[in-house]
Design a protein around this ligand. Structure first.
Ligand SMILES: *Cc1c(COP(=O)(O)O)cnc(C)c1O
Length: 399
């Protein structure tokens, strides 16, 4: 299927993706493109990446049959890909290791990143400490407040956290600020983007560093479940954990791919972050994709109970997979995600991230509509320790 051969050399996934940036960033992106093309199939580079994933991250992460939850739901069997068990607690580190190894080969000494929930910031600060490079993380002031524990973690790892006070003080503003820094410090700075968004080559580069998730599943599911799943489900913020698990399954036409966006307080309200379900085609952060915008094309403020899904765009490859019909994009609201969070805690002994809880909630809705011999594989993208205070607030629990 030609889906897997995208993007083209200009970074296009059909009409999506591309490279829409100011002249001042073109030099940096050309340099990055050349370096990535040089090293992406290089045997030494790939061997070092594989070594780090195994010995520093702890891969492969297991697939796990959520038996009690599946039994209670009375339908399909739910399996979890345990990205929550990675070092630093989410899938983000897979990509950070890859980009860090590239930065080192390019001779860069300074690392910058944007972060929403703080998981990408923690993963970036971790690899920067691991290799002894300076690290600056831009984070919306609102997210600094919501995700205080991750701010402390980044500081302990030696990173500088810069609160961003512009706009909605969330992820999109942090990304803008990081791009500004990059323009000013191109010579010594590498910008590690945390998801499959941004200008070419980031969407395909990040997807390639995350596809290890799906590649492991292709081997593990026949081994442990007896066959490949009928459905693969993942939450979609920018879309990197979803692309990571979807991509190797694209040629397996019998496997349905379902992405889950954040419906926030509802798709019929402005308070959601479901770019494919509720947005229109536009340009955001250097690529063409679905964007939450008003009638004038101004980027709209988004809302989700989970900071990591609170982003007004989506990776361009998801826009393409949606339009081509290879993947479907659903939405789960705050309350449904919170219920799935509690169910997963109590029935499986796993505290999931609120982001991942959107995928779990959708799987828990889908499972009872299917026969008991069907299999749903969910990407459990991260652990929920960072979210206990948010959950307590929303669920009115005294901690
Ligand atoms: C950042 C994050 C997400 C959302 O990012 P994607 O690029 O859409 O994967 C989802 N889950 C967790 C645990 C995260 O940290």
């Amino acid at each position: 299927m030609d889906n897997v051969n995208l993007p083209d050399e200009r970074g296009h996934f059909g009409k999506y993706g591309g490279l829409f940036v100011a002249e001042t960033l073109m030099h940096a992106l050309d340099q990055l493109n050349q370096a990535y093309e040089q090293y992406k199939d290089d045997a030494d580079f790939l061997a070092e990446y594989a070594y780090e994933l195994q010995h520093f991250v702890g891969r492969p992460s297991p697939v796990y049959h959520a038996k009690r939850w599946s039994t209670q739901l009375g339908g399909a069997q739910i399996w979890l890909k345990r990205e929550d068990l990675n070092h630093t607690g989410a899938h983000k580190i897979n990509n950070c290791i890859g980009q860090m190894l590239l930065a080192r080969r390019m001779g860069k000494t300074r690392i910058i990143a944007e972060t929403g929930a703080g998981m990408h910031g923690v993963a970036t600060a971790t690899v920067a400490a691991r290799y002894g490079l300076e690290c600056i993380v831009y984070m919306g002031a609102e997210d600094v407040r919501r995700q205080a524990a991750n701010v402390h973690r980044m500081k302990l790892l030696g990173a500088t956290v810069v609160p961003v006070e512009s706009g909605s003080k969330t992820l999109k503003d942090a990304l803008n600020e990081a791009m500004r820094d990059w323009v000013a410090n191109i010579d010594n700075t590498f910008y590690i983007i945390g998801t499959v968004a941004g200008p070419h080559p980031y969407p395909s580069m990040v997807r390639n560093f995350q596809q290890v998730i799906g590649q492991e599943c292709l081997v593990q599911m026949p081994e442990h479940a007896g066959r490949q799943p009928d459905y693969v489900v993942a939450c979609v913020g920018g879309g990197s954990n979803a692309m990571g698990i979807f991509y190797p399954y694209i040629p397996h036409a019998e496997v349905q791919l379902h992405g889950v966006e954040a419906a926030g307080e509802g798709l019929d309200t402005p308070r959601n972050a479901a770019s494919i379900n509720a947005g229109q085609v536009g340009v955001l952060h250097g690529n063409r994709t679905y964007v939450m915008q008003d009638a004038d094309g101004q980027v709209q403020e988004t809302h989700s109970v989970s900071a990591g899904l609170d982003y007004p765009g989506v990776g361009p490859e998801h826009a393409w997979l949606n339009d081509s019909g290879r993947a479907q994009y659903k939405a789960i609201d705050d309350q449904e995600a919170l219920k799935a969070f509690h169910d997963c805690c109590r029935l499986e002994g796993i505290l999931p991230a609120l982001e991942s809880s959107h995928a779990l909630a959708y799987a828990a809705k889908l499972a009872p509509t299917l026969a008991q011999d069907k299999i749903i594989l969910v990407c459990l993208s991260g652990r929920g320790d960072k979210d206990v205070h948010t959950v307590a607030e929303y669920s009115q629990i005294q901690l």
